[in-house]
Write a protein of this length. Sequence first.
Length: 242
Amino acid sequence: MSEKILIDCGTSYTKIYHIDQRYYEVIPSREFRQRNRDFRILMATGYNTWGMGEVQVNELITLAEGGLRLIPEESFTLLDCGARDVKYITMDRGKIIRMDWNTECGAFAGQVIELLINYFDINPRELPPDSEKIPVVCAVLGMTKMFDKIAEGVPYPRAFMGFLKGIAWNCYHLVNKPEFLYFSGGLCENKAFLHSFPCQVRPLGRYVLLEGLKSFYEDPSRLKPLKETVSKRTAYDRHSSQ
């Protein structure tokens, strides 16, 4: 009998919740593609879930549900920074009032940051916090400006920290500049990046979307149509901006 799991299958990594054994696992997505026949995937979310899972759930919906499960407040902004893109939801009294998905200013942010950490063999905890922010359009194009700074003689740890601040600044503006921000994804482990935001940030770890799937698995009635989950004010704001 195949083992029952829930998955958040991202571009670089797949997060797995083993239902019967009740534990989490993170493996490279390319490795999971080779192993997925060993599992019965009951529910799936994530960019690379095409063709997998008996039930597939939109990432923004699982992000919102995971936030409601983990965050004590009913009103909050939650940002997820993945390997390929960034996405966020803003809740007001348990209803989604804003949500967005960006593959431009956040393009490959997580993947590029991980690549550069390995390339420079940098410990993020040792980066100089007073580095000047490097204005960047996205992570991919931002590397050009970062290497320009290095060519000008800026030490690479300082240039890299400036690059992180530029990415954080873009994400901060994407989520409408909140005073307090909850954060999801593998970059929760990168304290230098979290401290680059000009607001208070609380990391929730990399299993927030899985927590959303767990909530839907435990109570399928919570998997409502989007029109029942989104506040009327969201639809009004969208109509007014057109």
